[in-house]
Design a protein around this ligand. Structure first.
Ligand code: E4P
Length: 216
């Protein structure tokens, strides 16, 4: 399973990339807006820091404008994946950009049928939003499972990118359900490292080493 980090915070991305913990980055207009910087500058910097795909989202809603924005974004760096919303125009733009060899992440997916259409349109990634479904008391993880079954039934190569992840259980359950990628906020990613028994065990080992005068 690949890990992407869901942020436009370049210092977070730098540290996590240097630690070898991330394979890519997802952003959205809300995340980039928080940086207060020029959109293309932020995406360019993230692309340099990141080993894999960096999703950058269009803000146009009509086909021609979406394709133009997608082409502009793709020119920023070769590892840009153009993020398009799951609308009719978005799916048409997905097919056009995919045919041009551009990686596309179809976002804001809330149903298995939407995911089926994105795969038909040749998407590189489909982003089902788990947390936002859970917020409505709809089981987001069931959506990941359904998409996995459908994609396997028809051997679609579109990768399932579990998005809107809010906690560690979302990460584990996405992995169990067979998501190809999880995009995780930095705080959740860092939280995965921690376990109280790890801290307790380490403290005991270090205390014993000190008592015995062990040094390496
Ligand atoms: C993914 O690409 C989205 O940017 C993100 O996961 C949305 O998460 P949210 O529902 O917590 O805003």
């Amino acid at each position: 399973m690949k890990f992407f980090v869901d942020t436009a915070d370049t210092s977070e991305i730098k540290e996590l990339a240097e630690a070898g913990l991330i394979d890519g980055v997802t952003t959205n207009p809300s995340l980039v807006a928080k940086s207060g910087r020029k959109f293309s500058d932020v995406i360019a910097e993230i692309c340099e820091l990141t080993p894999g795909h960096v999703s950058a989202e269009v803000v146009a809603t009509e086909y021609d404008a979406m394709v133009n924005e997608g082409r502009t974004l793709q020119k920023i760096a070769p590892n840009v994946a153009v993020k398009l919303p799951l609308t009719m125009d978005g799916l048409k733009a997905c097919r056009t950009l995919t045919n041009e060899g551009t990686a596309v992440n179809v976002t804001l997916c809330f149903s298995a049928n939407q995911a089926l259409l994105a795969a038909k349109a040749g998407a590189t990634y489909i982003s089902p939003f788990i947390g936002r479904l859970d917020d409505l008391n709809i089981d987001g993880m069931e959506l990941i499972e359904d998409i996995r079954t459908i994609y396997d039934n028809y051997m679609f190569e579109t990768q399932i990118l579990a998005a809107s992840i809010r906690n560690a259980n979302h990460v584990k359950d996405s992995a169990l359900a067979g998501a190809d990628v999880a995009t995780v906020p930095p705080s959740v990613l860092r939280g995965l490292i921690n376990h109280p028994l790890t801290d307790k065990g380490l403290a005991a080992f270090l205390a014993d080493a000190e008592k015995a005068g062990i040094s390496v």
